[in-house]
Design a protein around this ligand. Sequence first.
Ligand code: HH2
Length: 275
Amino acid sequence: MLHCGRFKLSLEHPLIMGIVNVTPDSFSDGGLLPTASVAVEHALRLVDEGADILDIGGESTRPGAKPVPTGRELERIVPVLEALHGLGVPLSVDTQKPEVMVAAIRAGADMINDVNALQAEGALDAVAASSVALCLMHKQGEPQTMQQEPDYKNVVAEVREFLAVRIAAALAAGVTHERLLVDPGFGFGKSLRHNLLLLKHLDRLDALGAPVLAGLSRKSMLGVITGRGVGERVHASVAAAVLAVMKGARILRVHDVRATRDALKVIKAVEREYE
Ligand code: HH2
């Protein structure tokens, strides 16, 4: 059971987190959602297609992305949060900034999804006393340069160790275990081989005792494997999502909710039949 702001989410079956990027430069859908009202419309469509959680982001973290000033990030996400608050769907905010975390929680966010695993100064303090769920993600380096020379001796062990340290830091700050999620951070300072090893051995993160969130949707690793551009990676994304679930992922962060929902229905049908 994940404690997630206003909600307690059963993770018995995997959940879909639909991506709502309110950014002009996200790698796959940047610029498509320039205003709050368009972002809200998009979010409603994702819920209609079967999203269980919405992840609202006002700063792109794609390789090479430039940081966004705090005020601009808030202008992008707060109106969207407020508009979606009555929907009855858990709202996550994808941010690395403590000031944005505080404002998002005040505006009704149920989860903070931080690709920086709450390492910014003041981030743990910003979230500890609330009831929001927290996604702690691994990355190596910073978005500007992280894909230049990713380097690991044992990527799976190093990612697991990093996440264990971040879980311990959150617990020490007063966060309860039921609020925590972990994410290996596909594409964040990782070569294709690193990403494939992490997916193949995703179940090794189970030892951390926190549910795993996986974000593989439309990522460049899928482009390298298939030779397809970002708008043509739905099938590859669904295949990766299914593999992640088979390896224990409990939440899938995706752009293509409808296609992912169909795949999860097939998995669920088979499980029901044979359990
Ligand atoms: N990936 C992206 C952004 N946030 N959060 C988590 N927990 N896990 C991920 O894998 C992850 C994430 C990058 O994808 P996207 O939101 O589509 O692009 P951008 O960062 O350019 O907005």
